[in-house]
Write a protein that binds this ligand. Structure first.
Ligand code: F0G
Length: 462
């Protein structure tokens, strides 16, 4: 069994949580229409819905917030953030925005419109939505190894280079508005992308003159995986690996709510200060987010982000972070519980299709598992499968996800080993009692876009 790596921090402030009974949880589920996003957080014991914006900031970040400059224009905190971003990513223009999807909204329209395609190693939910909101369509070219959860391969998040090139030729390079490389690959299970694969992707993009954007939410976890798994980089610093990755792309969109360890924030980076689309970024930012030097954030948020970018790439931190996932995974291995292996950087993705092979993707097996985990011990997780993927924007038909995952996304610096052990014990119970589960859920109401956040569900009983 993997050893639990001790935390490289200690706790200075606590948040009390409420304990609930099974009956209370049953009522809460009904009130929420079996949608995890509609549960109240006070009815949740361990919240593994997401690692996004749920992180605990450090004393350094909180004290930086006190120095936040709330000027509308040209604030000190803005320049601190730009200085940190320039140092780490070595790009020439940065635009803070309020979160990742804001970065997508502000940038994507410059490259995408009706008739165009965006191609990715896999899109996460809001990224897919912003491609479609720009009028374009999503195509994917993910390493097929990601479909086999039992295969322990080092870089299951990679772009499938052959497919990438084949799709570009099929659609015509002039119709592919951008290629998006998601690091780590969230929908594939937080799986990393290798530097080698990033180089090959960039080569294809250059060959066909296609814009390459990094979806950079988990850039630091990806860099640590590269350090541990790609022999060329074993003696490199995390910063050097990050720089090498980013120099291969033209732009990045970042949700800073993950690896940059803040509760709210996002960033756009542009490699070339003379890129023609910078004017469009600026105009969109001012219209939708706010003036260029705050981008929808408070000055104190910019200040916390400037510190968080560095804390998130600290090697001791990242070793602990990935070690936590390995510990979790190795305990599940002992129990024979199927999950996307090896574990990803930000969580454990249980393979719900293997828990409930009798439940079809149209009845959302990963939603079934999410509900069971909440029932069992008050653990909130999220469905990363066909329920989240939604309906085809052209035909309205339910799309089928490559995997049916129930994701346990681990907030940074929030939970302890005993929380993980409690959750693992509850997974063992749900795994043991999985057999009688015959049917899944049906959607009784759904909005047209990003339905999983709001939809109502009910258990199918007949
Ligand atoms: N890209 C990726 C890869 C993401 O995982 C997310 C968010 C976004 C973009 C959008 O960023 O939330 O700041 O607007 N993922 C969260 C999750 C919500 O739970 O994985 P955002």
């Amino acid at each position: 069994m993997a050893r639990f790596i001790p935390e490289p921090y200690r706790i200075k402030m606590v948040e009390n949580v409420k304990m609930t009974t099974r009956e209370e949880r049953e009522e809460a589920l009904k009130r929420a229409h079996y949608n995890m996003f509609r549960l109240r957080s006070e009815d949740v014991y361990v919240d593994f819905t997401t690692d996004s914006g749920t992180n605990a900031m450090s004393d350094q970040q909180w004290s930086a917030m006190m120095l936040g400059d709330e000027a509308y224009a040209g604030g000190r905190s803005y320049f601190k953030l730009i200085q940190a971003a320039e140092d780490i990513f070595q790009y020439e223009y940065f635009q803070p925005v309020h979160q990742g999807r804001a970065a997508e909204k502000v940038l994507f329209g410059a490259f995408l419109k009706p008739g165009k395609f965006a191609l990715a190693n896999l899109f996460f939910d809001t990224t897919r939505a912003h491609v479609e909101l720009a009028g374009a369509r999503c195509l994917e070219a993910c390493n097929p190894q990601a479909a086999d959860t039992q295969l322990r391969a080092p870089f299951k998040g990679n772009m499938d280079i052959e497919r990438l090139e084949a799709v570009i030729l099929e659609k015509g390079p002039e119709n592919v508005g951008m290629v998006v490389m998601t690091i780590t690959n969230n929908s594939a299970g937080g799986q990393p992308v290798s530097l080698q694969n990033m180089r090959e992707t960039a080569k294809v993009c250059r060959k066909y003159n296609i814009h390459l954007n990094i979806d950079a939410a988990r850039y630091a976890e990806n860099a640590m995986f590269v350090k541990l798994r790609e022999p060329e980089c074993k003696d490199w610093s995390i910063k050097r690996i990050i720089r090498e990755f980013f120099t291969l792309a033209d732009t990045f969109t970042m949700s800073a709510k993950k690896d940059a360890i803040v509760n709210m924030g996002g960033l756009i980076g542009v490699k070339d200060a003379n890129a023609p689309y910078i004017d469009r970024i600026k105009a969109n930012c001012i219209s939708f987010e706010g003036f260029l030097t705050y981008g929808g954030l408070n000055g104190r948020d910019l200040a916390a982000l400037a510190v968080g970018l560095y804390e998130g790439m600290d090697e001791d931190w990242l070793r602990y972070r990935l070690g936590t996932m390995e510990y979790f995974g190795s305990r599940l291995d002992e129990l024979g519980v199927p999950y996307q292996s090896p574990p990803g950087g930000h969580g454990i993705f249980l393979d719900a299709a293997k828990f409930y092979p009798q439940i079809p993707y149209t009845e959302y097996p990963a939603q079934v598992l999410a509900v069971e985990l909440y029932r069992e011990a008050g653990t909130r997780t999220s469905e990363i499968g066909s329920y989240m993927l939604g309906n085809d924007p052209d035909t309205g038909a339910q799309m089928r996800s490559m995997n049916e995952f129930t994701r346990l996304a681990i907030p940074r610096r929030v939970y302890t080993q005993s929380h993980y052990d409690m959750v693992i014990d509850s997974i063992a119970q749900v795994w043991k009692h999985r057999e009688p589960m015959k049917r899944g859920y049906r959607i009784t109401w759904e909005p047209p876009i990003l339905r999983h956040f709001q939809a109502s569900l009910e258990p199918i009983t007949e």
